[in-house]
Design a protein around this ligand. Sequence first.
Ligand code: PMV
Length: 356
Amino acid sequence: MAILDRVLTAQGSPNIAFIKYWGKRDEKLILPCNSSLSITLSRETFHTTTSIMLSDKFKEDKLYIDGKEQDLEREKERLWILDEMREKAGTRARALIVSENNFPMASGIASSASGIATLVYAANGTLELHMNPKEMSIMARMGSGSACRSIFGGLVEWHKGSNTDGSDSFAEQIFDENYWPEMVDSLAIVSQERKKTSSRAGMRQTVETNPLFKSRMKSAEDRLKKSINAYKKKDFGQLAEYIMADSNELHALALSTVPSIRYLNSASLKIIEVIEILNENNGKKIAAYTFDAGPNAHIITLKKHLDEVASALEPLQGKEIIETRTSEVGGGPVMLDDISLIDKKKLVPVRMQAKL
Ligand code: PMV
């Protein structure tokens, strides 16, 4: 039984992949060609807050993101999972969904991962589906692949699986958010523009046109196992090497796809150089850069090296780098009892979040 005419609010966060998911073997169910590995970022630093209200009185679904009403036709590739969940719950009640991110969307910060994971978590509550985390992860995966990892906190692996129905393609927590409290992600924002090629389109192009893609599947699987081992041993130097290698491989793949895709810009390349010099000067790897489908740099490091990383990046601040935000490893989504983003009388969004 769904909860009608009441607002439920959940909050979740993005994740940053150490071993990237790139390429699907099933476009509709979002089944990946390789397994991937990420840390979930802390809700204190990056979050999506989503309120949902279901009602028999609503004629249609409505979705607002960051105050703007969304064209649901354009979002249907992601939002079909809402109908799946409604069907599971045996209701046809329409939904008013209001979602806010405290970071810019579509610029390589995984707003869709955070958004879809939080939506699934909120909808699970309001539809009283009682899905367990694995089931929520599968549902989130079908909305936006990397979202399946944001259902969990800590270090998370998304098993690629092999079943055609996707039943064995889900995320799992490997270590919780307290396992390595020293670990941080300093996000250097160099652009807040929407990326030109979505990750969905970019992956499709890569799978279809890039002969290098085949070798990627094996190298990603190997690196993933080694990364889990390095994380287990808290061997930062080893882990840093795998993180950077995997990011470089993804962007080399993008570049060699036809037509060529470039997610990095000149500021991203400068940051890569700064981090490589920093590591060289230290005689060991104290920081790792990694980029998703966008130019913003995630610098993974340990708390004790944060000052050093900050001074190395200092010359770029205010020029190439617009702002830096540092996040610890965070937990999975939660329900927020005392917050509503929906004005229940007017049925419109209540704006409450400060942007970066
Ligand atoms: O789940 P999507 O469609 O947002 O794709 C995510 C792709 C990368 O961010 C580049 C890699 C990853 O594993 O997060």
